[in-house]
Design a protein around this ligand. Structure first.
Ligand code: API
Length: 277
């Protein structure tokens, strides 16, 4: 089976063009290819499929084989793949996902996509729809007991669930110790992606992320969007935020009039390969 290894600021996935390849068990395949010793090594698997409703469809799986509903870094790479590999010549495309159709604008330099702007849709703040079990309708810097500590959590869905926590010195955080407690917390019946954020100024934040189903990743596009929304709601930043992640930066803009979140960032091809599926 042919694949392409790509990453969005270090959030790396194995991409399969399902217009040409057939994947029987994507969950099993994601576990296999994600293994950084016995497989290709990645944060998961992304299938590029034909669509009746949009130009293409994206299906995303985490390293543990669980299926995610949306992948911000991944959808930018899907856009780069379909243009650079000749599946489309359009620079405005639509991609259907488990959290609805997303619309993307491609910047092309020397015949290849260098930057992608994604309309990530509306943030969801109603706890029940994140989903999060909590005594309030919205969770904006509310206390949550996690493994004998109490954290102030802001909960946002970008089509997938996020818990945003603010702290200083995130570089010292032992994320592998606390991340799993958030990920499997009973308040999040479908699990949660958790972002640990340090606000630098009203236009800039830095973050680390423990992802549901993949552990710490170098970046998370939906997570960066959730962080920007949480920062605005908590009065920490303006509506346009540079989010600095371990693997690079993303520009996030929450258009409050339209209530739409836009994410702009790069997408990178690492190599093409063939694997026994
Ligand atoms: N890395 C992805 C998010 C994956 C989310 C996945 N871990 C889940 O929701 O289960 C991103 O760039 O948005």
């Amino acid at each position: 089976m042919r694949f392409t290894k790509m990453h969005g600021i270090g959030n790396d996935y194995v991409y399969v063009n399902c217009l040409e390849e057939n994947v029987e068990n994507p969950s099993e395949l994601s576990i296999k290819v994600s293994d950084r010793h016995f497989g290709i090594g990645s944060d998961g698997l992304i299938l590029i499929k034909p669509s009746e409703k949009a130009d293409f469809e994206m299906e995303m799986y985490n390293a543990d084989g669980s299926q995610g509903a949306m992948c911000g870094n991944g959808i930018r790479c899907v856009a780069k793949y379909v243009y650079d590999y000749g599946l489309t010549d359009k620079t405005s495309i639509s991609v259907d996902t488990k959290s609805g159709i997303k619309y993307l604008e491609l910047t092309v330099e020397n015949g290849k996509v260098s930057l992608v702007k994604v309309n990530m849709g509306q943030p969801e703040l109603e706890a029940a729809k994140i989903p999060m079990i909590y005594k309030k309708e919205k969770v904006i810097s509310q206390p949550l007991g996690v493994n004998d500590d109490v954290y102030e959590v802001t909960a946002v869905s970008m089509g997938n669930p996020h818990a945003v926590v603010y702290m200083d010195e995130i570089e010292k955080l032992e994320i592998e110790k606390i991340g799993p407690y958030f990920e499997k917390h009973p308040a999040f019946p479908e699990g949660v992606n958790t972002e640990f954020v340090h606000v630098i100024d009203e236009n800039t934040v830095e973050m680390r992320v423990w992802e549901r189903g993949s552990g710490e990743t170098l970046a998370c596009g939906t997570g960066a969007c959730a962080v920007a929304v949480a920062c605005v709601l908590n009065g920490y930043t303006n509506d346009e935020v540079t989010v600095k992640l371990l693997g690079g930066d993303l520009k996030i803009f929450w258009d409050r009039k339209e209530n739409l979140v836009y994410m702009t960032g790069p997408a990178t091809v690492v190599f093409d390969g063939v694997i026994e599926a």
